[in-house]
Design a protein around this ligand. Structure first.
Ligand SMILES: [Zn+2]
Ligand SMILES: [Zn+2]
Length: 393
């Protein structure tokens, strides 16, 4: 990843209070605290939910979606969960990974996932061509491509609609789910880890290179804190044994047993996020430092640099890109050389002004309006950029 040295601001989302992000192989979704969804990137098969299949370079608002709380992106499909527990899907459906009524047909607008009408969905994940969700009772459902065991129904056939996974122990409840591209798993209430799907790189951590078609417990000596999978490896943060990895852990080694890697030794890792072949570890107080590897976590990491004192609220890894949600903060005027509204360079004689709504640094001529912003504590009209002026009624 060329741009790994630094994070760049997605300026067109500055005005939005981003609650969650999700990255697919080549597309991205973000949802606001109000539950509105924005999509951008590769639009193939309708995965952006915008009603077409074109690529989109700036985040565009997805129609039809409201009160969304959680998002997931597969390689070519997208899933969104509403506050009411309703699940929506859009994008590629060649393996029925959308779980909608019209089997094998791509959907370019959000479409309700079937078989879940009486369920309250609370969490969702997606892999290359499979999908999974968890409901409020702890029941796990999977659908889509089943050929490498990702559905955990015991066979290798695809499922066109969500079907409940029955082979998990009833003694504990599923509390979290995670997915790599061709394998996935759950964390139980007792902090046990289960994994299934493609195992040819050892990514299931079962001590073999076998593919698993039913959930199988990963033998660990300590409780699981965080887990995520990529195309061919899995990272596991444990309570007392540090960060463990299994699968393709470097260019020439496949490890089928969760193992401490030298590159991760001694790091204070709070959680892990994987996507594509990438690895990312959140370290330090609040998990605010982001250590990144463009592959399995072997060798030197890159520390993803964001704004100083960055407070990280969320992270997602796509095929070859990363999105990070940070708490809003004022930008330093000396670090901004171009007007963030008209993109022209600031001259020596021009004052830099701050939009009180989105906090962009702009020309005076690009911030000629004043608006009251009661939600941000400005009862009297204050300076806003022209974009915000147009958006605020
Ligand atoms: Zn300007
Ligand atoms: Zn603004």
């Amino acid at each position: 990843m060329e741009a790994a040295e630094g994070l760049e601001l997605v300026e067109s989302l500055l005005r939005i209070h981003v609650r969650a992000v999700a990255c697919g192989a080549m597309h991205s979704l973000a949802c606001s605290s109000q539950g509105e969804v924005w999509a951008w990137g590769n639009g193939g098969s309708g995965r952006l939910g915008l009603g077409h299949t074109a690529h989109v370079v700036r985040p565009a608002k997805v129609p039809q979606l409201a009160s969304i709380r959680a998002l997931a992106c597969g390689d070519g499909h997208s899933l969104a969960v509403s506050a009411q527990g309703k699940l929506w899907a859009f994008g590629c459906n060649v393996r029925n990974q959308l779980g909608v009524e019209e089997a094998w047909q791509d959907r370019c607008l959000p479409t309700p996932v079937c078989n879940l009408e009486d369920r309250h969905v609370v969490a969702v994940v997606a892999g290359h061509a499979h999908s999974a969700c968890l409901d409020s009772t702890g029941a796990l459902f999977t659908w889509g491509a089943g050929d490498v065991g990702c559905l955990a129904h015991g066979g290798g056939e695809d499922h066109a609609a969500p079907a409940q996974v029955r082979q998990l122990p009833s003694s504990s409840r599923v509390t979290a789910l995670w997915s790599g591209s061709f394998h996935m798993g759950v964390v139980m209430g007792n902090r046990d880890l289960f994994a299934w799907g493609l195992g040819t790189s050892g990514q299931l951590g079962h001590g073999s290179f076998a593919t698993a078609f039913v959930p199988k417990r990963v033998d660990l000596t300590s409780a699981v804190v965080s887990v995520d999978g990529s195309v061919a490896h899995t990272l596991i943060v444990t309570e007392r044994s540090g960060v463990l990895a299994c699968g393709q852990v470097d260019a020439s080694h496949k490890v089928p047993v969760p193992t401490m890697l030298p590159a991760l030794r001694g790091l204070d890792v709070q959680s892990v996020v994987c996507g594509g072949f990438q690895s990312l570890a959140r370290t330090g107080p609040g998990g605010n430092s982001l250590l990144y590897w463009d592959g399995p976590p072997s060798g030197e990491h890159v520390e993803l640099a964001g704004p100083r004192r960055m407070q990280t609220l969320g992270v997602s890894c796509g095929g070859q890109h990363v999105l990070v949600v940070v708490a809003k903060q004022w930008l330093k005027q000396s670090e901004v050389s171009h007007c963030m509204e008209c993109r022209l360079e600031f001259g020596f004689t021009q004052f830099k002004h701050v939009c009180r709504s989105c906090r962009k640094i702009v020309h005076s001529s690009c911030s000629s309006h004043r608006k009251a912003l009661p939600e941000q504590g400005f009862q009297d009209p204050v300076r806003v950029c022209d974009s915000c002026a147009r958006a605020i009624i």
